[in-house]
Design a protein around this ligand. Structure first.
Ligand SMILES: O=P(O)(O)OC[C@H]1O[C@H](OP(=O)(O)OP(=O)(O)O)[C@H](O)[C@@H]1O
Ligand SMILES: Nc1ncnc2[nH]cnc12
Length: 170
């Protein structure tokens, strides 16, 4: 399937100079939606995964489905102030902003194998912070997977050592 034909470029959103990759046309199409889920799942075939971490908010679209199919638990990493229990936090910078991400302190047990999922890898600031959170809890990141990797922004360099997979590369 030509997944790229379902991705819409929005110029100067959310800030001048940014070309935003809008995945909503892909989500809107039932066949593209199903095939995207299947392709993401294919990235982890034969891998043992205990937890799938999805990143607030677009990472929440596919991560719970991946967790269910992999017979793993789902863990939300959320923007600051949204998780009710004891949290561990990490600040980060992304392509068009900055902030702090949090994870529940009991969400991952030491030694658990973790898949990190998000929709877009751009500068890598977000994914790098998420991997740090996983490691702070003693988890082992076994793969970071994405729908889209914006290779020209060099995000993979911040994820040195972690296996990276993406459905589409620009
Ligand atoms: O590689 P980076 O430069 O760090 O950028 C990637 C992040 O940016 C987007 O999230 P955003 O913060 O816009 O949140 P959203 O999912 O709630 O729209 C995207 O969903 C990734 O999480
Ligand atoms: N260019 C972009 N398009 C969509 N999501 C993003 N997150 C960071 N950069 C992005």
């Amino acid at each position: 399937m030509d997944f790229g034909s379902y991705i819409r470029d929005i110029k100067d959103y959310p800030k001048p100079g940014v070309v935003f990759k809008d995945i909503t046309p892909l989500l809107n199409d039932p066949i593209a939606l199903r095939k995207t889920g299947e392709a993401l799942l294919g990235f982890t075939s034969n891998m043992q995964i205990d937890k799938v971490v999805g990143v607030d908010s677009r990472g929440f679209i596919f991560a719970p489905m991946l967790a269910e199919k992999l017979e793993a638990g789902f863990v939300p990493v959320r923007k600051k102030g949204k998780l009710p229990f004891k949290t561990v936090a990490e600040s980060y910078v992304l392509e068009y902003g900055e902030g702090e991400l949090e994870i529940h302190a009991d969400a991952i047990q030491p030694g658990e194998k973790v898949l990190v999922h998000d929709d877009v890898l751009a500068t890598g600031g977000t994914a790098q912070a998420v991997c740090k959170l996983v490691e702070k809890l003693g988890g082992e990141v076994v793969q970071c997977n994405f729908l889209i990797e914006l290779t020209f922004l060099g995000g993979s360099e911040k994820l040195n050592g972690y296996p990276i997979r993406a459905l589409l590369q620009y």
